[in-house]
Design a protein around this ligand. Structure first.
Ligand code: ZN
Length: 499
């Protein structure tokens, strides 16, 4: 179902200004934006948008990076990319001087429902997470709490240039929870994939009971809308494969599946083998983390055409396994990046890119040093990281022909970064500086499907003030259920311990 955004135009900008005045956006951009914000033009529906004279990192191998080019957006689509395009009558011109235009970033694995507990788990391992949240407080999430987390996460994503987010939604205990998750994604005006899940049971117990089908029919009748549906569950471990009925349903309804796979102590090579033996090692499968698999399993994934989503801040902190970028690259397994959950970590793709690159290069150096050798030239490059954060994500979601690069004919999900900030001047190599210097403060303007969601550093939609109010209510509800001592214990786990 398509919902027409009601936030276009000047009136909603006025509302948006009030919203950001209370939040992080103002603080984050204060140092980057010393001059007065530019007045917001009228982005009326139907007016083309003309980016003029930007450094354009297209991500399209045929177009490359253009040092000074124009990009024309007509409706939802990029219609031209070239230097010095003629400005169509009635177009809104967005000045690209001192700016980098790049494709919108795509996060292929985030548990949006947990966002109201931002910061609670910074000291956790995966064991702490399971004890306190997933098998503990998690059951206390009501539909309105799912809505609150999802809506806030979408505010954060769009503000930071993440134009598509896969919502790995494994707390959809009832149909009302599922509806709330979908509503929040639609209400945000951003692009999202709801990956329907329920971590309390195997998918054979919930994916075929009628709830998924009901949501599919009521909200997802079209595949061309901003929010689409797929499924999320864990790999099998029983050779009898009781999950078969759920996999059959997924195949029959053409719904792709994302799984946490290859996680230390939790999911092993057995799951990959069972899927292979039963014909469900599908080319559309996404394997999240995938840090502890054997070479045989990686080869099976490579042969099947499946893809891996790396959340390196998560893997390195929580202990799921080492980010497998090197092994995946060696075998040609497509990669995308993800942020997992802001109960611990940052929710933007600049950090995701940097952390994978740091982990990958660090491991190469360590391995060489262990043999008394020296890495002379690094393997993984910044352009690879931008690819994983954009086209790689689009490909993982089956949207690669529509999203992921600035290419005429693709949808206009675009991010304009400031290149005149203290951390970006002088601009010499856009790819290098996007990966190692840019951050949220540089995200100036964001388009989703041709709609301007952020302009001149100001978030126009969705509504941060509303997101904050809802998330604080959810945070307070969960804290109350946890109890004072339980909450305090969770925030500060006991000293270092290895079992
Ligand atoms: Zn996860």
């Amino acid at each position: 179902m398509n919902r027409s955004p009601s936030w276009l135009g000047r009136r909603s900008f006025v509302a948006g200004t009030g919203a950001v005045g209370l939040g992080l956006t103002t603080a984050a951009t204060a140092t980057a934006r010393p001059e007065a914000p530019s007045p917001v033009p009228s982005f009326a529906p139907g007016r083309p948008i003309h980016f003029r004279g930007a450094t354009v990192v297209t991500g399209d191998p045929r177009l490359g990076t253009l040092p000074k080019a124009d990009v024309l957006v007509t409706g939802a689509t990029v219609t031209a990319v070239a230097p010095k395009l003629a400005v169509p009558p009635n177009a809104v011109v967005i000045e690209g001087r001192d700016r980098i235009l790049m494709p919108g970033m795509i996060d292929t694995h985030r548990h949006l429902w947990q966002t109201a507990l931002r910061g609670v788990g910074a000291e956790w391992t995966i064991t702490n997470y399971i004890d306190h949240l997933f098998a503990g407080w998690g059951r206390n999430w009501r539909p309105e709490d799912i809505y609150a987390g999802n809506y806030l996460a979408m505010v954060e994503a769009i503000d930071s240039g993440v134009t598509t987010t896969l919502d790995w939604s494994h707390a959809l205990y009832t149909y009302d929870h599922a509806e709330a998750a979908a509503d929040a994604l639609f209400d945000s005006g951003g692009r999202a994939r709801l990956a329907y899940g329920n971590g309390t049971a195997g998918p054979e117990n919930w994916a075929v009971t009628g709830d998924v089908e009901r949501l599919l029919r009521s909200r997802f009748s079209s595949r061309d809308q901003l929010v689409t549906l797929q499924l999320a569950w864990e790999p099998p471990h029983d050779p009898a494969f009781p999950e078969r009925v759920a996999w059959e349903y997924a195949r029959d309804r053409d719904l792709t599946v994302t799984q946490h796979a290859g996680i230390w102590n939790l999911s092993s090579d057995e799951g990959i083998r069972i899927l292979r033996d039963n014909g469900y090692l599908l080319p559309t499968n996404t394997y999240v983390h995938a840090g502890t698999l054997s070479d045989d399993s990686y080869r099976m994934i490579a042969d099947s055409g499946g893809n891996i989503s790396i959340a390196a801040e998560s893997e390195l902190n929580a202990g799921q396994g080492y980010p497998p970028s090197g092994r995946a690259r060696d075998l040609g397994i497509p990669l995308s990046l993800s942020t997992d959950t802001s109960v611990w970590w940052s929710g933007d793709m600049f950090n995701a890119m940097r952390t994978v690159l740091n982990a990958d290069r660090g491991l190469d150096h360590q391995r060489a040093h262990a043999q008394g050798r020296t890495v002379i030239n690094n393997r993984l490059r910044t352009e690879d990281m931008i690819h994983y954060a954009t086209q790689g994500g689009a490909d993982a979601l089956g949207l690669g022909s529509k999203l992921g690069s600035i290419t005429p004919g693709k949808l206009a999900d675009l991010v304009l970064l400031r290149a005149d900030t203290p951390s970006m001047v002088p601009l010499t190599n856009p790819a290098h500086q996007i990966v190692f210097q840019a951050a949220r403060a540089e995200v100036d303007t964001v388009l989703v499907n041709g709609h301007v969601m952020k302009y001149g550093g100001t978030l126009l939609a969705p509504d941060l003030k509303r997101a904050r109010r809802l998330a604080e209510a959810t945070r307070d509800h969960i804290r109350e259920r946890a109890g004072t001592q339980g909450w305090a214990n969770a925030m500060e786990p006991p000293p270092y311990e290895v079992a």
